[in-house]
Ligand binder design. Structure first.
Ligand code: TXA
Ligand code: MG
Length: 347
């Protein structure tokens, strides 16, 4: 594929109209959402959707999320809106929560990788919703990165991966959340988290008495098949090898400094991914700061951005501090563990 990619700011005249008309004619358009940028195409056009897989180099057994701009658009796309789904939509839409429901026949199989469920999300981003509304179509949109790379949180990262592979990129500035949406299976009576995100288990427990979590989310066990197919891939990876050090914060600092010295003496370029609370405990060279532990939303917003920054610094190994696995910390650690290929040391 070698396309001329049009790049426009969302507030440029007719940018959103142009995006919508490209989508209507089967094109690929990158759109901003509140989580990460999405690579959009008409969800009802199997050929357009096939081009998403090609542009990303995405395995065909990994299903896509369908984006809508209003709840009224949902009826055509799913067979059965459970009470569980209704409660989740009422509370969290528009927002970073994707709901897995029984699919209707108009959803092409390529979207769902042959599953009989479809993942649907109404993003909390005016630009995204306006484009979807103007196109008058449900829009399939995975994260707008090459498969395996960290999801893009600004258009520079989109351009790195997708320039000349898509028809248009809409620049909506930096995304707010920084990690992808929570994926929640609402086909049954008890909702189940298939991918952790900004809508946390704790948030869900405000409206549900019980919330399950797919056991494969935080573990690397070859015998467990994740219920969300995308979770089985080594994802979000920077070029460097990454190791996470978790446990007592004081011990983490000691161990990272120890490892830094060992690797440096071997002639490797070592990057350290630390937090505001510990940043002055390390050498400044190749040190990047995720944000403050007391403000984990800031950490989520910066994680992918910093992993891509390490790529540009050409480090050989990243030593990363683990984060507490509560609230959005679960989403952060889920992405970090995948980036590290589950190389985790507890101290
Ligand atoms: O925040 C987001 O969700 C972003 C923005 C662009 O909306 N999109 C995104 O899409 O992260 P993607 O394709 O990178 O991730 C979709 C995830 C994958 O893990 C996939 O396996 C899962 O959703 N998924 C899609 N359909 C599913 C289904 N029917 N059942 C279970 N998991 C599903
Ligand atoms: Mg993705």
């Amino acid at each position: 594929m070698n396309k001329k990619t049009i790049i426009k700011r969302a507030d440029e005249k007719d940018a959103l109209k142009e995006a919508a008309s490209l989508l209507k004619s089967g094109g690929l358009v990158v759109i901003p959402t509140e989580t990460v940028y999405g690579l959009g195409a008409n969800a009802l056009d199997a050929r357009a959707v096939e081009n998403i897989f090609k542009a990303k180099g995405r395995p065909s057994d990994n299903p896509l999320i369908v984006h809508i701009s209003d709840i009224s658009e949902l009826n055509n796309l799913v067979k059965n809106i459970t009470n569980t789904a209704k409660i989740a939509m009422d509370k969290f839409w528009p927002g970073p929560l994707t709901l897995v429901m029984e699919k209707s026949d108009i959803i092409p199989n390529i979207i769902t990788a042959g599953l009989d469920t479809v993942a649907i999300r109404m993003p909390d981003n005016m630009v995204a919703r306006q484009i979807i509304k103007l196109a008058g179509l449900p829009i399939a949109a995975p994260s707008a990165n090459s498969s395996g790379k960290p999801s893009p949180t600004n258009i520079e990262h989109v351009i790195e991966d997708l320039d000349s592979k898509v028809d248009m990129i809409i620049d909506g500035g930096k995304t707010i959340v920084g990690v992808e949406s929570t994926v929640l299976d609402v086909t049954g009576n008890i909702p189940m988290i298939l991918r952790p995100g900004d809508v946390t288990r704790e948030d869900l427990l405000e409206v549900f008495t019980q919330v399950e979590e797919d056991i494969s989310i935080m573990k690397d066990d070859k015998d467990i098949i994740p219920k969300s197919p995308g979770q089985k891939y080594k994802h979000y990876s920077p070029k460097a090898n990454m190791r996470i050090i978790t446990g007592d914060l004081g011990n983490i600092v000691v161990r990272i400094n120890q490892l830094e010295k060992i690797y440096r003496e071997k002639g490797l370029k070592v990057g350290i991914l630390a937090t505001a609370e510990t940043m002055d405990k390390y050498k400044e060279e190749n040190l990047l700061i995720l944000g403050a532990r007391k403000n984990p939303k800031e950490i989520a917003a910066k994680l992918f951005f910093l992993l891509r920054k390490f790529d540009k610094m050409n480090v050989d190994i990243i030593l990363a501090e683990g984060i507490e696995e509560i609230g959005i910390g679960r989403a952060i650690m889920n992405r970090m563990k995948k980036a590290a290929g589950f190389d985790i040391e507890k101290v």
